[in-house]
Design a protein around this ligand. Structure first.
Ligand code: GTP
Length: 604
């Protein structure tokens, strides 16, 4: 394909606005997949993705389309559909010259629509606004077009109204892609330059890097070098994605496809990295960042004898996801385990769910924490630390106030879009999270866009759920990083009969320690079953107890009703108890259900 007949584009949308459905329709029209229900959403591959209906890993497909007597190669570069993955979205976009911005005709512009629009706008891409789901009874495309005009300054007439579900007008989206998105401005004569915008791991073939060629050509047998790791490789295979890999002789400037070169670890082909030919070194493409985890948690096998199994499961999973950081860790209470870093809470949940589903692992997760910083007062006195400013990703390693001149916490700028009848409740929710309002604009007659500066830790566990429930599901949320700010922080421990529960040790803001300690104790009281003795639940800062609850002793004998009854019933009961025990964790002599820990962190 000559470069002028190539179009590289992405579909961006708020969750559920129909990105995958539209992608499927485009694949169908171009004859890549059969029109059957079974092929629905081929671009969403992971089991968790299907279950949760969200895209976690980007999938890419090359389509061939005839238009006005010419053959075009359309490279559809899928992007992950969640706030946790905005860096990956921006990398995928840097491989494109244009985007299809899908907005639901009923829901209108949502927080992620705004976030994604600005990523595309900053990358100076052509933007094709598409109003989807016009078949819905409550669809109001005109209102949505007005929002688009107001918020994005795109003329109403440019919007294309479609139903991805029924295929209505989808053809005109393809035509707009060809007519409005410029071909990539890249030359075969230039030295080879390939941007890695995604990578996956295959057991037999190693790392498969998805690449966009910004110049030159790459083919089998050539020697290439990673600009980031400086390692060199021999290319074993190149090809296009349909979305299955299909080998070709070469990939040339402007094209999008995959490359296999004997890499054993996704770390070797990080998102945003540049590959070039060994004999023609070039400047790497700008904008590379290593994945930056925002949420950390400790992970331990429930049973230490499971350590090796869990280790190999974690290794296998991280082979496919270089954005999870893994460090060995151990604790007197929980044994040997790891400290993992995730892009966000959803990312953590997805990882956890995959471990349990795909590897049948039983794990203990500690309370998630954000990366705090501490400026040490006299660094020389503390022999363990070499730097003046340290980052704390494990609450157990929180340095004492006496050693610190200032604590810092990470901040984010959040965007909320909501129908205006919920504004009052949302404002008090945000205030309760120590947020500062930055702006408030009406995007149409009754929808408002609010911007708040939040401490990241205030939104990590349950902000999104609270926002959804108090707006009956209508408010949407997205955020971007916004640096660090000084904060009064303390380490809070939760004690069960005077023993500290490591999973629940958290770093909290001083002002919130009392209320949060009290709430955790109350919720823990509800989730700890009665035992044969009294259980004292306490929240403590240092040696000071700030909250207390008590679980009364249990008097009844569970086997009492079996007396005289038949023995098999008694065995069954004991067996069920033993199974229940697997889901329990002992703190001293207190038995606590494992899932109680993450649940008690969630505010109601
Ligand atoms: P993420 O992968 O989470 O980003 O979601 P998505 O944007 O890919 O949304 P998806 O394509 O999975 O669609 C979400 C839901 O909307 C599905 O239940 C679709 O069947 C439905 N849907 C998509 N397009 C249309 C449409 O044109 N009309 C109607 N009525 N429903 C649609």
């Amino acid at each position: 394909f000559p470069v002028e007949n190539i179009r590289n584009f992405s579909i961006i949308a708020h969750v559920d606005h129909g990105k995958s459905t539209l992608a499927d329709r485009l694949l169908e029209i171009t004859g890549r997949i059969l029109k059957t229900d079974r092929n629905k959403q081929v671009l969403d591959k992971l089991q968790v993705e299907r279950e949760r209906g969200i895209t976690v890993k980007a999938q890419t497909a090359s389509l061939v389309h005839n238009y006005e007597g010419k053959k075009y190669l359309l490279n559809l570069i899928d992007t992950p559909g969640h706030v946790d993955f905005s860096y990956e979205v921006s990398r995928s976009l840097s491989a494109c010259q244009g985007v299809i911005l899908v907005v639901d005709a009923n829901e209108g512009i949502q927080a992620q629509t705004v976030a994604n629009f600005f990523l595309a706008f900053e990358a100076q891409l052509s933007i094709i606004p598409v109003i989807n789901k016009i078949d819905l009874k409550n669809a109001d495309p005109e209102r949505v077009e007005k929002q688009i005009a107001k918020v994005f300054d795109i003329p109403q007439e440019e919007c294309i109204r479609i139903s991805a579900k029924h295929g209505t007008n989808v053809e005109s989206v393809l035509q707009a892609v060809i007519a409005k998105i410029p071909p990539p401005n890249m030359k075969i004569e230039d030295p080879m330059k390939a941007l890695v915008f995604d990578s996956t791991f295959d057991h037999y073939r190693g790392v498969i890097a998805n690449i966009a060629l910004f110049g030159g050509e790459v083919c089998k047998g050539q020697k290439i070098v990673s600009a980031h790791t400086k390692k060199s490789y021999e290319v074993n295979e190149v090809g296009i994605l349909t979305p299955e890999e299909q080998p070709t002789n070469k990939l040339s400037a402007g094209q999008v496809g995959y490359l296999i070169a004997g890499m054993k670890d996704v770390e070797e082909a990080q998102i945003g990295d540049t590959f070039f030919l060994q004999k023609h070194p070039v400047e790497p493409l700008p904008g590379f960042k290593s994945a930056k985890p925002m949420v950390f948690a400790g992970m331990y096998p429930t049973d230490q004898s499971e350590y090796n199994n869990l280790k190999s499961a974690v290794e296998k999973l991280t082979l496919n996801d270089s954005s999870v950081t893994v460090h060995r860790d151990s604790s007197p209470a929980l044994g040997a385990g790891w400290r993992l870093g995730f892009l966000g809470l959803l990312h953590m949940e997805v990882f956890n769910q995959r471990l349990e589903q795909e590897y049948n692992a039983s794990i203990i997760l500690t309370a998630p924490t954000v990366p705090y910083k501490a400026v040490l007062s006299s660094a020389k006195l503390i022999k363990d630390y070499r730097n003046e400013v340290i980052t704390i990703v494990n609450p157990m390693e929180f340095p004492d106030k006496s050693q610190v001149s200032q604590y810092l916490e990470p901040m984010v700028l959040g965007t909320i879009i909501t129908p205006d009848e919920h504004i009052g409740k949302i404002m008090s929710l945000c205030q309760g999270r120590r947020a500062v309002q930055k702006s408030m604009v009406y995007i149409d007659d009754h929808r408002v866009m609010l911007k708040y500066l939040f401490p990241l830790n205030e939104i990590v566990v349950d902000f999104y759920d609270s926002l959804k429930s108090l707006s009956s599901g209508y408010a949407s949320f997205d955020y971007e990083e916004a640096g660090y700010e000084p904060a009064e922080l303390v380490k809070m421990e939760i004690l069960l009969n005077s023993r500290s529960v490591e999973e629940l040790t958290t770093i909290v803001h001083k002002e919130k320690a009392y209320s949060s300690g009290k709430a955790i104790c109350e919720r823990l009281k509800d989730s700890i079953p009665r035992q044969l003795f009294e259980v004292a639940i306490q929240a403590a800062i240092g040696s000071k107890i700030i909250a207390r609850e008590t679980v009364k002793a249990y008097r009844k004998n569970v086997l009492a009703k079996c007396y005289g009854g038949d023995i098999t019933r008694k065995m069954k009961l004991l067996k069920r108890q033993a199974e229940g025990k697997k889901k329990m964790r002992s703190i001293g002599n207190v038995e606590v259900p494992k899932d109680a820990f993450i649940n008690v962190l969630k505010r109601k």
